[in-house]
Design a protein around this ligand. Structure first.
Ligand code: ADP
Ligand code: MG
Length: 237
């Protein structure tokens, strides 16, 4: 068994923040309920990825996180499983609106996140709806009306649906900004800021980004409260 320091060194993890908990280097250490552990074993995963190992215990403490890691590092389950745990603690009536909101830059990524949420959340009876542009609103609105614990959305489409007053974000208490740098590159900053204004300030916010330029630092400083920063590998500015 590696110490926290040795594990971080081996996987090029650096953390910044107060009393950062040690990484959870095996699934058994996570304390996740058996139905979630069954899903990860069924998927053939043998251990958490470094970003999961380090960000899970922080997210489970309900703290804000900025995680900087390149693609393919397992970030999706890094935020989804703590989101499932959050839902187990405080699930609202899905008819009132989602409890978990994930913003993602593209339709393709948003549907991948939804697929992962459905696959790993099924046994916990978690419902998930996806909202993205370039497709008719009708079917998305219809699905939304059935209620969803988790909404995964691109900022443009979610903002349109907010303006139509067909969704309420008043129940959201776990907000994820995935691929934040890409969303900003695509010009979504105004939409993101409008959306976040509709989310209660009393929430947990997690931001994931592959790079850490000053625009991303600025929005992180505005939207997150005393976040723990987790870097995996070298960070491009
Ligand atoms: P990222 O968002 O960082 O680009 P993803 O979350 O899309 O990465 O994960 C990349 C791939 O790794 C996915 O196919 C995912 O199912 C898989 N994966 C996630 N966690 C693990 C794990 N602990 N062990 C093995 N594979 C994993
Ligand atoms: Mg991803």
């Amino acid at each position: 068994i590696l110490s926290a320091e040795a594990y971080r060194r081996r996987h090029e993890i650096t953390v910044t923040g107060d009393e950062v908990p040690p990484p959870l280097t095996s699934f058994e250490d996570t304390g996740f309920p058996s139905e979630i552990l069954r899903e990860v074993h069924n998927a053939g995963f043998s251990a958490p990825t470094p970003i999961q190992a380090q960000s899970w215990p922080i997210a489970l403490q309900s703290r804000d996180i900025v995680a900087i890691a390149k693609t393919g590092s397992g970030k999706t389950l890094g935020y989804l499983i703590p989101g499932f745990m959050h839902l187990r603690r405080c699930r609202n009536d899905a008819q009132l609106g989602p409890t978990v909101l994930v913003l993602s830059p593209t339709r393709e990524l948003a549907t991948q996140i939804q697929d992962e949420a459905v696959k790993f959340g099924k046994s916990s009876r978690i419902s998930c709806t996806c909202l993205y542009g370039g497709a008719p609103k009708g079917p998305q609105l219809k699905e939304l009306d059935r209620g969803a614990d988790i909404v995964v959305a691109t900022p443009g489409r979610l903002n349109d649906i907010l303006e139509m007053r067909r969704i309420s974000l008043s129940q959201v208490s776990y907000l994820v900004l995935d691929e934040a740098d890409r969303m900003l590159d695509m010009g979504f900053e105004p939409q993101i800021r409008k959306i976040v204004k509709e989310v209660p300030a009393r929430r947990q916010t997690l931001m994931y980004t592959a790079t850490w330029p000053k625009e991303v630092r600025k929005i992180a400083a505005d939207l997150l409260v005393n976040p723990v920063q987790v870097n995996i590998g070298n960070v491009d500015e």
